[in-house]
Design a binder for this molecule. Sequence first.
Ligand code: SF4
Length: 68
Amino acid sequence: MSKKILSIDHSLCLNCQTCTILDPKTFKVNSKNQKTEIKKQPTSIKKITEDTKIAIESCPSKAIKINH
Ligand code: SF4
C-alpha cells in the first residue's frame, strides 16, 4: 500500500478552493461533505509537481502537509 504523501488538516482548512483552482489534478472537493481532499496522491515526494508546490505555498492556512 502506498504511503499518503499529501494530507489536508481539516482543522485548518478554510475550504477556500485556492488549491483546487491552482492544482485540480491533485485537489478536489468531496461532493458529499463539501470538504477539500486529495484527489490523486503523488507517487513519491520527488514526484510532487510544481503546480502542487504552488498550491501548498498558496494555502492561506497552511493546511496542506507533506508527510516525509
Ligand atoms: S488552499 Fe488550503 S485552506 Fe484552501 S481549500 Fe485548499 S487546503 Fe483548504
